[in-house]
Design a protein around this ligand. Structure first.
Ligand code: C2E
Ligand code: MG
Ligand code: MG
Length: 767
């Protein structure tokens, strides 16, 4: 027994018992053998073990007191003699010390009267040495074991936290603090979050579960409630509570009220996130507990892992927030709206959808500039947000469209009242540097019905009703009714058959000649799409172009039209090699949004071997205004191919002089409503005159559309516009029907100029 093997604390426990037993047998007359330790925690595995001969119990407590006094540091540890109840005792004391010299306890052997022989002294000393050795090994081993357990704990928690998500966060937090509390032998564990903006410490998780009083004194606690909570506010380093002196009465009272227990001590480590005290992780004991540095650093490691989890959850939350919110107004976006709407339909909650579209917002945006336009949208977004009821839900769909879901509605009247109330709020003026600008909006309303589950469809109907409101003169609300329902189903039928027509050769192109109004010479033809409808016969573009544009079918349709126009032009170029014919093709704004348009045009020109100058693309003023940057880029692409560009229906939009100057435009096509008005309506005449002057200033060609009577031509010529097209000269025709005009290279003046009215010999400015 000179050397104990590498031992674990539990083995040491066994050895101490053996040492005591051996000593009682080998030292004659021994009455007391005891291993005294300062506390059961100071020598890992050592149990305060003693053997005492019957009748000597009193002496034992006397001797132990004296030895403990020595261990307490007042005197050096050593043997002594003493008188107990008139009897002399000889007490041998051997210090049990670990390698670094720290005295952890003592081996005590005592008996009455007799002096100790040197052999006995040596024996006790040897056993003392043995125990010191065991204590050294055991302490070291215990530290290693503790460290290993701490490492394992960190590993275990890390693994659990790694796989946590915002959904499982709460469970994982509860699990983590429970495991930690059990490991540390703590009586209570908690995790609190700091809400710095409200000055509160908020309980997020705790262990063990407690009966929570209402209100809970430990739930949301203002930092300024007591010194402990004040310390948690910006805690940066571990915080220890070692009894009343640190805690203060207020804190102890609060804990007692919240949990019914009296606290003795505890420790908290800060949860630090991005340089801020996010919260604290705390452990409380109802008895004394000394925290080892290893325990505290483990807690700090776990605190940092918890914050990594929090940072990840926050980032995920932000991504999710962004995916469901509009950045400009902060309102929920289309996706969030559809989700909410479908949830409501699913739960059979009666809901009204109010679809708001600001009236003439684009004009306002162009007029005031985009920054001001954004301000209008955010202001209106805020007004909507603050004027809805708690059960309502507001979203911005993009652009100038807002939707409100109104919950628990009793009927149409109530919804109408709500719609007009919101219209009133929207319409309040907004101040722009002293200038008051007011906005109106149009609202489409649709009420949910039992059995209807499709949120998209409902939203689509509200949109239809909103357009009806616009048609009725704006700044009003229209409820989606049977008439609109009929329109929608008609429309969806049209969409279906039109798709079929595009895919299976149901479209045709007609061509309307454009002539020199003075001579009848053919200058160009405009390609206009026609639909060979299975039941309704040949339909003009005006009968289906809106549906095509709204459904996106116009993109495929446009590709077909452009290809067909090129094919036809290539055929004409072979047939009439001397005719300098130009074909004008219409393109919708929707076609401009799809990428690769310029490449497509270039490819068609190459395939059909057509010089760019033979083609002209007509875009409406609205297309130019809608996406000015993108449109400008595409138009420059066309220009680079030599293709002419005409602005169609000019005068109906609000394109400004500066905008036109920025774009590579060659021609303006005067909208037919003004053209037809020039002989009857002085203001139309004034507009046309102004446009012609603008065109001249910008060196643009000018074409009058929709000429139906000869008097119009007189006026146009007088104003200086020499090009035109219209039913008076020719309706749009198929390529075959157009053959005589192409052969003649002109439309005879006699067709559209009554006898005697010959064009004045003006200089031909328009060519
Ligand atoms: P637009 O480009 O302004 O075409 C002129 C429209 O006015 C044509 O109607 C034409 O038939 C009609 N029109 C011509 N002369 C007269 C007249 O003297 N009086 C009256 N009242 N109308 C006249 P259509 O073919 O129904 O086309 C309507 C609109 O549809 C076109 O207006 C154009 O914006 C669009 N469109 C036509 N074809 C296409 C196409 O292939 N692609 C695209 N994206 N849009 C097209
Ligand atoms: Mg046109
Ligand atoms: Mg037009």
């Amino acid at each position: 027994m000179t050397n104990l093997p590498h031992v674990s604390p539990s083995v040491v426990g066994l050895q101490t018992r053996l040492v005591i037993e051996t000593l009682t047998q080998v030292v004659p007359g021994t009455e007391i053998v005891e291993i005294v330790a300062e506390s059961d925690e100071t020598i890992p595995g050592f149990v305060v073990e003693s053997w005492v001969a019957p009748g000597s119990e009193n002496s034992l407590s006397h001797i132990r007191k004296r030895v403990l006094g020595q261990l307490g540091g007042q005197t050096a540890v050593g043997s002594f003699s003493c008188m107990i109840s008139g009897v002399a005792w000889g007490v041998l004391v051997e210090a049990i010390e670990v390698q670094d010299g720290a005295v952890m306890g003592a081996l005590v052997v005592a008996r009455q009267g007799r002096a100790w022989s040197s052999r006995e002294r040596a024996l006790v000393k040897a056993f003392g040495g043995l125990l010191s050795h065991a204590a050294t090994l055991s302490t070291r081993e215990s530290a290693l074991l503790d460290q290993r357990r701490l490492d394992e704990l960190v590993g275990q928690v890390a693994e659990r936290l790694m796989s946590a998500s915002s959904r499982t966060r709460q469970n994982v937090l509860s699990w983590t603090i429970r495991v930690l509390a059990e490991f540390l032998g703590a009586d209570v564990a908690f995790l609190r979050r700091n809400d710095h903006s409200r000055g509160l410490s908020i309980l997020e998780a705790e262990w063990p579960p407690r009966e929570i009083p209402d209100p809970d004194p430990l739930g949301e606690v203002p930092f300024d409630s007591d010194p402990v909570f004040a310390a948690l506010r910006n805690l940066r380093a571990p915080f220890y509570l070692t009894g009343e002196a640190d805690a203060g009465d207020e804190y102890l009272d609060r804990v007692e009220k919240g949990s019914g227990v009296q606290l003795v001590g505890g420790a908290a480590v800060p949860l630090l996130l991005a340089d801020m005290t996010w919260g604290v992780l705390g452990f409380l004991h109802f008895r004394l507990h000394a925290w080892s540095p290893e325990e505290v650093s483990t807690l700090q490691a776990i605190a940092s892992m918890l914050m990594q989890l929090q940072a990840r959850i926050d980032a995920e939350g932000r991504t999710e927030y962004n995916a469901l919110h509009d950045d400009l107004t902060g309102l929920p976006n289309r996706r969030a709206l559809l989700q909410e709407l479908e949830d409501r339909l699913e739960a059979h909650r009666k809901t009204a959808v109010l679809f708001f579209d600001l009236d003439r917002f684009k004009v306002m945006n162009d007029f005031l500039g985009h920054a001001s336009g954004d301000r209008v949208l955010t202001t209106i977004g805020d007004r909507i947000r603050t004027s809805i009821r708690p059960n309502d839900f507001a979203a911005r769909l993009g652009g100038d469209e807002f939707v409100i879901l109104v919950g628990e509605v009793s009927g149409e009247m109530e919804v109408m009242a709500t719609a007009y109330r919101i219209l009133g709020v929207i319409g309040e003026p907004i101040d722009f540097a002293g200038q008051q600008v007011s906005h109106t909006a149009s609202v489409g309303i649709v009420l949910s019905r039992p059995g209807l589950r499709n949120g998209m469809e409902l939203l689509g109907w509200a949109d239809v009703a909103m357009y009806a409101a616009k048609r009725q003169g704006r700044n009003q609300a229209v409820v989606f009714d049977d008439v609109l329902q009929e329109l929608v189903s008609e429309r969806s039928k049209t969409e279906l058959t039109l798709r079929e027509a595009i895919e299976s050769d149901g479209l045709r192109l007609h061509y309307q000649p454009e002539v020199d109004l003075r001579t009848g010479r053919l200058l160009a033809v405009e390609a206009l799409v026609r639909w060979e409808h299975p039941t309704r016969g040949l339909l003009p573009a005006s009968a289906f172009i809106t549906v095509a544009e709204e459904t996106g079918l116009v993109v495929d349709m446009g590709r077909w039209v452009f290809t067909e126009a090129c094919r036809q032009l290539a055929a004409w170029r072979r047939e009439y090699p001397d005719l300098p014919l130009i074909v004008r093709v219409n393109m919708s704004p929707a076609e401009f949004v799809i990428s690769g348009l310029v490449e497509f045009v270039e490819d068609r020109l190459r395939v059909y071997d057509i010089p760019g100058e033979r083609l002209c693309i007509e875009v409406t003023e609205h297309a130019v205004l809608q996406e000015p940057e993108q449109t400008a880029r595409i138009l420059r692409g066309f220009q680079a191919l030599g293709v002419e560009i005409a602005i169609d229906d000019f005068g109906t939009g609000y394109a400004s002089f500066t905008e036109l100057k920025r774009l590579p435009v060659n021609l303006l096509k005067l909208d037919q409503t003004f053209v037809q008005g020039i002989i009857t309506d002085p203001s139309d005449r004034a507009i046309v005159e102004a446009i012609i002057q603008l065109g001249r200033a910008l060196d643009l060609g000018m074409i009058a559309e929709g000429i139906e009577c000869s008097a119009t031509i007189d006026k146009l010529l007088e104003l200086g516009c020499h090009r035109g097209q219209g039913y008076l000269m020719s309706v749009p025709m198929s390529a075959e029907e157009l053959a005589p005009v192409l052969n003649a290279g002109a439309i005879a003046l006699s067709v559209f100029r009554p006898a005697g009215k010959v064009a004045p010999a003006l200089a031909d400015r328009s060519l």
